[in-house]
Design a protein around this ligand. Structure first.
Ligand code: H79
Length: 586
């Protein structure tokens, strides 16, 4: 064990650990763009997360009962006693595990680094550890060092390697946080921290060559001194190793968004989104809800267009195999990514927010237009941008596209059908520097035009984030406007090209006591009032947005407009939240 600089007071963690900081989101976090590995991180864009441990063998079934949701939490859900859980180790023999195959899969998928759960909350180390015999070498018939094999395979294939390490929750240890069914008594967190966490993190950073990053998780109520000590340990052992924000207490070199969260607005500093492929991180026998290749690509590109990295998870089985559907989907997405690598790796964020047709990535002198919705009017508009000598081609074929200026807005003329499936990317070159000016939102004919909460101007109400679970531990996130009362105002500016007709939908959640509250909608001279209805939210604690049609509006002619919503008679106390308004082309 290393000599520790900080003096450590005994830290008692309360019996019922309140997860006050699940994801380190209370952090000030991660503004170190000067980190030695910052450029590598920023350019990599796409990574593989692997959740693999004893829970993979149980596959979300215990004593014949199926659990749904995140399967690495099985031990707490079934309140499995430590002694019984340890039997999973005694039969853990994933003979099909092949680190080389997994590295090859990551390569084929287009991923640049791999992060393995070296120890999840269950407390089992997937590496040889002198600090705890509860590890893949000493406690199993398998007797292999998974972290080591994967680190070697990554090195061989030119991939980065990172280790997930759960530094606060540890259900195997009396003094780790979280296990109240075996260990109801007061715990001595620092004893666990000094005796297991620091030594194991030391092992990870000593025995496997250069480690690209350490991915801590679920800081909960970890003491500030512990986060600090951990951070200093990493810095000392491997100065180039990146640390994510879930180390807790506002520390870390980059920030991880919430589980499965893809933000709408560019976060500060270096950042990433982490995502499940289905609705669990670790393998579950009965979860087949895979994101399709198109969804994987869309989510990756959205994140990259906001300047972040996308880390997508796989959950190998108890035998060490990646589920075939998951692997095939990743490879399929990878084929598209390979053809469009210039539009992804090493790119920077978009100069304007998401457009109705898709998202933009950029490099100096180029914009890459990733078209998710192919417009039926044969045009892609680029509102708010001024470019000198722009030229457009289709990525792949190099076919030139005509560019025109329509009412001062750069417009790309596109063929009637997308030439590349599932998505076509248009490469737009220009001279000199990009300039942004004027409205970045235009009503795009033939498409759904979405007015999202974070882009509204508001008064007497507030922008906020909501998160909830669908299946257990399967997080969903929404950005909304809350604290809406009588007199609240929300507005969005936009440009319209010509006379056009739109169906208006409102996506909101409204509790029963606020049922039949009244809101006013207006665009230009047109306005009307409409009721909102209880959506049933709050009963199951899951947010249940409802997308309700509220009318049809005519936008008279070319010009600048403001879409406004106003609370005219809102009952209840903060019981209505608005997520977005959608103008659907008629
Ligand atoms: O490793 C994956 C998850 O197991 C881990 N993060 C990802 C990357 C994770 N651990 N905890 N959490 C995510 C969030 C914890 C949420 C909680 Fe709960 C809400 C803990 C207590 C209430 C969900 C519901 C878990 C237990 C009950």
């Amino acid at each position: 064990m290393p000599k520790l600089s900080n003096k450590n007071k005994k830290q008692a963690i309360p019996k019922n650990v309140e997860m006050s900081d699940m994801w380190g989101e209370n952090a000030g976090t991660a503004k170190t763009d000067e980190h030695p590995r910052a450029t590598w991180f920023r350019e990599s864009k796409y990574a593989m997360f692997i959740h693999w441990g004893l829970y993979s063998q149980a596959a979300n079934v215990w004593n014949g009962k199926n659990w749904h949701g995140i399967s690495e939490w099985l031990m707490t859900r079934s309140k499995i006693p430590v002694r019984e859980y340890e039997k999973l180790a005694a039969s853990f023999n994933p003979v099909d595990f092949d680190a080389d195959e997994i590295a090859k899969l990551a390569k084929a998928a287009g991923m640049k680094y791999i992060v393995l759960t070296s120890k999840h909350h269950e407390g089992f180390a997937m590496f040889k550890s002198a600090a705890s015999k509860f590890n893949s070498v000493d406690a199993t018939p398998f007797k292999r060092d998974v972290a080591g094999e994967l680190a070697d395979a990554c090195k061989k294939h030119g991939l980065g390697i990172g280790f997930y390490y759960s530094q606060f929750l540890d259900w195997h240890e009396k003094d780790g946080a979280g296990n109240n069914w075996d260990f109801p008594e007061q715990r001595d967190f620092d004893k666990f921290f000094q005796g297991k966490v620091l030594p194991q993190v030391t092992e990870l950073l000593t025995n496997y060559g250069p480690v690209s990053l350490i991915w801590f998780d679920t800081p909960g109520t970890i003491p500030r001194e512990s986060s600090q000590e951990l951070y200093e340990l990493v810095r000392r052992l491997q100065p180039e190793c990146l640390v994510n924000s879930r180390i807790g207490n506002g520390m870390g070199d980059y920030s991880s968004a919430g589980d499965q969260e893809i933000p709408l607005v560019v976060p500060e500093g270096l950042w990433e989104s982490v995502d499940t492929h289905n609705d669990t991180w670790a393998y579950s026998q009965h979860d087949h809800n895979w994101k399709t290749p198109s969804e994987v690509i869309t989510r990756l590109v959205k994140v990259v267009s906001l300047g972040g990295n996308y880390m997508l998870n796989i959950g190998p089985t108890g035998k060490g195999l990646v589920p075939a559907e998951s692997a095939n989907i990743l490879r399929e997405a990878g084929r598209w990514i390979k053809k469009h690598e210039k539009a992804i790796y090493g790119t920077d964020k978009s100069p304007i927010p998401m457009q109705p047709w898709g998202a933009i990535t950029s490099t100096p002198g180029k914009l890459y237009l990733h078209v998710f919705q192919w417009p039926s009017d044969g045009k892609i508009y680029l509102p708010g941008l001024k470019l000198s000598k722009p030229q457009a081609t289709i990525m792949g074929s190099g076919k030139k596209l005509k560019l025109i200026r329509e009412k001062g807005i750069i417009t790309v003329e596109i063929p009637s059908l997308p030439p590349v499936r599932p998505f076509t990317v248009i490469e737009l070159s220009y001279d000199g520097k990009i300039k942004t000016e004027g409205s970045v939102r235009i009503l795009h004919p033939g498409l759904d035009n979405i007015f999202e909460a974070p882009f509204a101007e508001t008064s007497n109400c507030e922008k906020a984030k909501r998160q909830w679970m669908e299946k257990f531990g399967d997080w969903h996130h929404a950005e909304v406007i809350e604290k809406i009362t009588t007199g609240s105002k929300m507005s969005w500016n936009f440009t319209a090209f010509r006379n056009s007709l739109w169906r208006v939908h409102l996506e909101y959640e409204c509790h029963q006591e606020t049922d039949e509250s009244e809101i006013e909608f207006s665009i230009g001279e047109t306005s009307w009032r409409f009721p909102v209805f209880g959506t049933g939210g709050g009963i199951s604690r899951r947010t249940r947005f409802r997308r309700e049609m509220i009318g049809v509006v005519e936008v008279p002619s070319f010009g600048e407009y403001i879409l406004k919503l106003k609370g005219t008679d809102v009952k209840g106390n903060n019981q209505l939240i608005i997520r977005r308004i959608v103008l659907e082309s008629i």
